[in-house]
Design a protein around this ligand. Structure first.
Ligand SMILES: [Zn+2]
Length: 255
């Protein structure tokens, strides 16, 4: 018997929150009508469910629907990463209602996250787009760039890019850094990984050493890029991004 549950409820990609937290409810009582629930994990004794609310649902009094970008840095880390999982499951559910091969209405698997076509047997799992994110250093300097997509033009971060079919992660690192910044790198070393729900990435972080070439920016990607020492960094990402972790690791090594 479940006493309490976390309901990660989405209107589109916006999460229902109360005071920047995901509210508790008894398991069988979400506060609004839902389409279909997915179990996504557990916090203590509470089961976590993800679900889309029925269209045009209005947030109950004292609550609001907010995007994960708005909630980034506001939710607890535990709730943010569960919400990151939840939004991807709900989005996958919403966008895989029909078989991509034959158009038949799909059925949701009972024991795993899979959409099965009852006519042709096609199975579709939640999408994940792996991407690399790389801290390139040259001695005591770190390469940071301002991406054209950053809303804050003062923001600089480490370089990142999506893995292409057929590539190893190391090949992606070399290709992306060459394409975006014009330089070669070597000594590519794994740093860590992080799910990234904007909209369905898996960030795989590396460090690498500068190996040659001049900075030549891919202008449709980068507004600016430069080498920075640890005591003279520009505005950089905040937690819980792995970009923050990469930059902090550099700072700790070079203080
Ligand atoms: Zn089918």
């Amino acid at each position: 018997m479940i006493d309490t549950a976390h309901w990660f409820l989405f209107s589109g990609n916006k999460l229902l929150v109360q005071d920047a937290a995901v509210p508790y409810y008894t398991a069988d009582q979400p506060p609004v009508a839902i389409v279909h629930r997915h179990e996504i994990g557990q916090v203590g004794a509470a089961v976590c469910y993800a679900a889309a609310v029925v269209p045009d649902t209005i947030a109950p009094d004292g609550m609001q629907f907010a995007s994960l970008r708005q909630l980034y840095g506001c939710l607890s880390d535990e709730q943010f990463w569960l919400a990151a999982r939840a939004v991807q499951i709900v989005d996958w559910d919403r966008t895989h209602q029909f078989c991509g091969r034959c158009g038949t209405h799909t059925e949701t698997g009972a024991t795993e996250h899979v959409k099965i076509c009852p006519a042709c047997g096609q199975r579709n799992y939640p999408r994940l787009a792996p991407a690399v994110i790389v801290a390139v250093t040259d001695g005591d300097k770190l390469l940071l760039a301002s991406n054209v997509r950053y809303r804050n033009q003062e923001m600089y971060s480490v370089l990142a890019g999506f893995v292409e079919p057929g590539e190893t992660l190391e090949q992606t690192v070399k290709r992306e850094i060459k394409e975006e910044a014009g330089i070669d790198v070597e000594n590519i070393r794994y740093f860590g990984s992080q799910p990234w729900p904007f909209p369905h990435s898996l960030m795989v972080a590396f460090t690498a050493d500068y190996a040659g070439g001049d900075l030549v920016l891919q202008e449709d990607e980068l507004r600016a890029a430069d080498w920075f020492t640890a005591d003279n960094l520009p505005t950089t990402p905040t937690p819980p991004s792995i970009a923050y972790d990469l930059i902090q690791a550099f700072v700790q090594q070079h203080q």
